[in-house]
Write a new protein. Sequence first.
Length: 299
Amino acid sequence: MTNTKNEELVSDWILKHQDTTLLSICAGAGNLAATGLLDGKLGATHWQTMPYLTKKFPDVKWQDNKRFVTNGENMVSSAGISSGIDATLYVISKNLGEPMAEKVAKEINYPSYQFVKNPTVDPFYMDWRFSTYVLNNMLQWNKTEAGVLLYNGVEEMALASVFDIYSDSGTSRVHSITRSAVPVVTKHGLHLVSRYAMSDAPKLDKMIVPGTDARTLASEDPQWNEVENTKGLRFVHSDSPERFIFEVQLEDLAKQEDILTARHAVKRLEYRATDIQLEGNAVPFETYFNLLLTVIVPY
């Protein structure tokens, strides 16, 4: 298959850096496989993209029961989203030592370090519950409008947990918001421009202030009073500082929507920790009611 121009540029960049450590995460394995560097070698990817990539790149030895796989010391390929954390910690352990990798895992409250040492797991497959994900994206018409407040020093992983978990569920529209049109700088130096300022933000059902230090960092802004009385203000991470950030978002999604929707989010993230507590409605009643209307009304 012929690559597009953008794909060729990515492949060229990877090939130029093939003597460094290469780490693919989730569907990013497709970019690595497109270079030919994985031909005859082990590869891992997200369980939803596995059927597509195994067909597109048949010369790769795709592994569906590994959180990550290695080909020598400088090529690592991981499965879906949270598996990339395991793979990253593995690379840290090889370059900076096991104690450093364990220290990083502890600092982010990551509960599944055992997979860094043994990445073998039972494979995930698409089953009937995937229909809930599809139907939520097709028929969830009354979506929750969630704002995410960007501020200087916000943690990148905290932002990712909010946008990824809520947006992909099909139940929510997530809007980036700052107090003014000025860009913010994240904890590790990314410059972000939000879609909205507080003055022109859409009507929101909830405002999420992400990050374990959110209460301190966000309130240091001189315009904090504009946000403090916002409806549904949520300090999702700073109110649970001892927990891994994915967990509080997944539990909140279950309460906001339903357990079935949240369970698919857990599976999509390939999150395998066992201490998560999902509470809420059993199924997305609104989605299935909309499905019933769609089927009945034309008749």
